[in-house]
Design a protein around this ligand. Structure first.
Ligand code: GLV
Length: 317
């Protein structure tokens, strides 16, 4: 009998085609939005699926595992896996996979784009033009901030953090400092990056703080009100990791009070909802979790997730 896969959202055909080419029966959630929890449970109960290809918008936990006892693998179409209860999956012998590395350069570029957007005031400038406010060149209009030669504090130096460090070092002559549980010899030797054992010290020294940690209990609200107050008043915070790494209410307050200069955010604590007041601030740039949104990357993620399912269910690609 054909192996059955449920895909919780329409993803690039290249991944679905690989699965179908290997004889899988592939069912794809057909709506443009994510399935609700109840809808997901209903779909999973409808057939004895062998695998689920899920997204970061699906919370996969004991209730879902109970609803789909035949599923042997949840292949997450994302670099992060915080939407899946890995401890519970492990207890039940269920495999969980992700699509790491393929999106690292794109996400790093997005982090850097947010830095550039803030220093050049690009978004404010665009709004200024569209509102017809440009009445002639003014030497004091929309004054930005230098990016070159600044101190960039990278929090988490996995693949994305390391790529960000590389772009900032080679492109902008940044001095790279980093905080990570373990030393990253590669960026130390190639970029002269300096490790800080205490994140508080890194926050106090950085002109830009760029977050690249996974969401874990230990990183939840890693940037809280106290830590935001350790940053320079001229510093910018960039978050392309996971929203709950930052206490978003505390960030709004810090941005309002001028505790830090600005923030570039691609992720939010309670997506898709924004903390009250965030969208009213002119010293933030907000993007809707699109750091890896390039066709080539989405295709590679689809291929990677499909490959994980095929490998796990022991079929040769
Ligand atoms: C996106 O946030 C991802 O984890 O791939």
């Amino acid at each position: 009998m054909n192996k059955k896969v449920f895909v919780t959202r329409n993803i690039p055909a290249v991944g679905l085609d690989i699965l179908r080419g290997k004889g899988f029966e592939v069912d794809v959630w057909s709506k443009k939005r994510a399935p609700s929890r109840r809808e997901l449970i209903r779909e999973l109960r409808s057939k004895p699926y062998d695998a689920v290809l899920c997204l970061l918008t699906d919370t996969i936990d004991a209730e879902i595992f109970d609803a789909a006892p035949s599923v042997k693998i949840y292949a997450n179409y994302a670099a992060g896996m915080d939407n899946i209860d890995i401890v519970e999956a492990t207890k039940r012998g269920i495999t969980v996979t992700n699509t790491p590395n393929v999106s690292s350069q794109a996400v790093a570029e997005h982090a850097v784009a947010l830095m550039l957007g803030l220093t050049t005031r690009m978004v404010e400038a665009d709004a200024f033009m569209r509102k017809g406010k440009y009445i002639g060149w003014d030497p004091m209009n929309l004054i930005g901030t230098d990016l070159s030669g600044k101190v960039v504090g990278i929090v988490g130096t996995g693949s994305i953090g390391s790529h960000t460090a590389r772009i900032m070092k080679h492109g902008f002559g940044a001095r790279i400092i980093y905080f990570d549980a373990k030393p990253n010899e590669e960026i130390e030797s190639s970029l002269g990056a300096v490790r800080f054992e205490n994140i508080d010290d890194l926050l106090a020294e950085s002109d830009f703080v760029s977050l690249h940690v996974p969401l874990l209990e230990s990183t939840h609200h890693l940037l809280n009100a106290n830590r935001l107050h350790l940053m320079k008043r001229s510093a910018f915070l960039i978050n392309t990791s996971r929203g709950p790494v930052v206490d978003e209410d505390a960030l709004v307050q810090a941005l309002k009070d001028g505790v830090i200069a600005g923030a570039g955010l691609d992720v939010f604590e309670h997506e898709p909802r924004l903390a009250r007041g965030l969208s009213k601030l002119s010293n933030v740039i907000l993007t809707p979790h699109i750091a890896s949104a390039r066709q080539s990357i989405r295709d590679q993620m689809a291929v990677a997730a499909a490959g994980k399912i095929i490998d796990h269910l022991s079929l040769a690609l």
